[in-house]
Design a protein around this ligand. Structure first.
Ligand code: H79
Length: 428
């Protein structure tokens, strides 16, 4: 088969511009809000059924991140090889990081007293990273947001009785206004990432696209920025599918059609800062999540939950530095890459990624196979030159046309500086 005739999947086109996104592959999610002070999950208001007065008495009144310096965050993201960031402008708790004209529940009214979002966007943009805004559809603070089964007051009869005076459409107006405010003030925003549409549960009504007036909201967003990428959680698929904390077992499909997708993952389980969580993933595991995603045509959005003083903690820095060390010498197998041609058989315990522009195939070896590695089938026909990606050292190989194999002898020891070694295979 000719190289041009191999099957390289292209995801279905979308209304926004995803060309940069499917090239860049790796972004930083940031979950930051009042819950950083609770330091025990961003859903703590919900899990512990905390009334707003108590939540605010504690966290709103004590929010003062004196060590907040977004330049440090942006440096850490860039050094890890991330190309965009997505910040929680407002999470489910309802607290706003920017100086919104539509609410008093914002950073400027805390002891900190300053806008958090503007310097953050500036810091990341000035380092060449693109900007995404996570924005919660749920709002556990707004007086017109009615109770549903995902609400902190779902068991509080007195609070639920108050729903008769709540006008949900007023909240939706607020949601539309704030979205327009954000996208205008920080134009051009590259991604808007809404989270999420609550299904009906028990005695409570759900909140979906009719309630959010999703279609109209999308129209308003595209009027401000036609190129923006919109996620799928307004209950209308737009530019990107967002599997959360799980790895698809192949290219993510909608009705059988491969689409643009981005998996979002945490370091330790929760998204907001959780001091005592011990379930931190290793650098090796995180790198494999990135490689796995690209090998299935997707992106990885990896989350950091900064502390209440405004820092990434040491565990986060440790992982980010480890990822950056690998990325420095291996990002060529990530940026601009996608799933390999479907005809190619991948050796055991390995992952391919493929750059269709340079026609180079990347073989990631998850365990070092000692004596040699063998490529069989269609791929063997196309091997022109092979080197180890980390140091451009030549890998000699022998081609056997009779059984269509390429044998690549390997040293007994894994090459230095290549924790997950990658062979760069030039195809012909
Ligand atoms: O922002 C992060 C999370 O806080 C948020 N999305 C990421 C990016 C998120 N967490 N959970 N969900 C979204 C999905 C909600 C699942 C639920 Fe339930 C299942 C809501 C109701 C049933 C579990 C049980 C959580 C609340 C009750």
């Amino acid at each position: 088969m000719r190289l041009e005739d191999l099957t390289v999947i292209k995801p279905a086109p979308t209304p926004g511009d995803t060309s940069w996104f499917t090239h860049d592959r790796f972004g930083m999610f940031i979950h930051w809000g009042l819950y950083a002070l609770g330091a025990r999950h961003e859903w703590l208001k919900n899990y512990e059924r905390i009334p707003t007065e108590i939540y605010d008495e504690k966290y709103f009144r004590h929010f003062d991140p004196d060590l907040y310096d977004p330049a440090l965050w942006a440096d850490a993201a860039k050094d890890a090889g991330m190309k965009y960031f997505i910040i929680t402008t407002k999470h489910h708790e309802g607290f706003c990081l920017w100086d919104s004209a539509y609410t008093d529940y914002k950073a400027t009214n805390t002891p900190y007293g300053k806008d958090i979002l503007t310097p953050m966007v500036e810091a990341f943009r000035s380092r060449g990273l693109r900007t995404g805004f996570y924005h919660s559809l749920l709002d556990w603070h707004h007086p017109d947001y009615t109770v549903d089964h995902c609400h902190p007051m779902r068991d509080n009869e007195e609070y639920i009785a108050g729903d008769k005076d709540r006008v949900l459409s007023r909240y939706v107006e607020y949601l539309h206004n704030q979205t327009e405010e954000l996208l205008t003030r920080y134009d051009p925003v590259d991604i808007i990432w809404f989270d999420f549409s609550v299904g009906p549960g028990g005695r409570f009504a759900g909140k979906g696209k009719e309630v959010w007036r999703s279609e109209e909201l999308i129209e308003k967003i595209r009027k401000i920025n036609p190129k923006i990428m919109i996620d799928d959680r307004l209950q209308i698929d737009q530019d990107v599918k967002t599997p959360e904390q799980y790895m698809p077992d192949g290219w993510y499909k909608v009705n059988g059609v491969p689409v643009v997708w981005e998996g979002c993952h945490t370091f330790s389980g929760s998204w907001g800062y959780y001091r005592d969580e011990q379930s931190w993933k290793s650098v090796d595991q995180l790198l494999k999540m990135l490689i796995d995603s690209v090998s299935m045509g997707g992106n990885l959005l990896l989350n950091v939950g900064p502390t209440g003083r405004g820092e990434f903690d040491e565990r986060a820095y440790d992982r980010l530095r480890g990822i950056g060390k690998w990325m420095k010498r291996h990002s060529r197998s990530i940026y601009g890459c996608t799933q390999a041609p479907l005809e190619f058989e991948c050796p055991r315990d390995c992952r391919y990624t493929y750059n269709p522009d340079t026609k180079r195939l990347y073989l990631h070896m998850y365990s070092w196979p000692f004596g040699k590695i063998r490529l069989t089938g269609e791929v063997a026909e196309h091997v022109e030159y092979i080197q180890i990606l980390s140091d451009a050292s030549e890998m000699r190989f022998s081609y056997n046309p009779e059984n269509k194999t390429v044998d690549i002898p390997l040293p007994i020891y894994k090459p230095l500086g290549a924790d997950i070694p990658v062979l760069e295979i030039y195809l012909k």
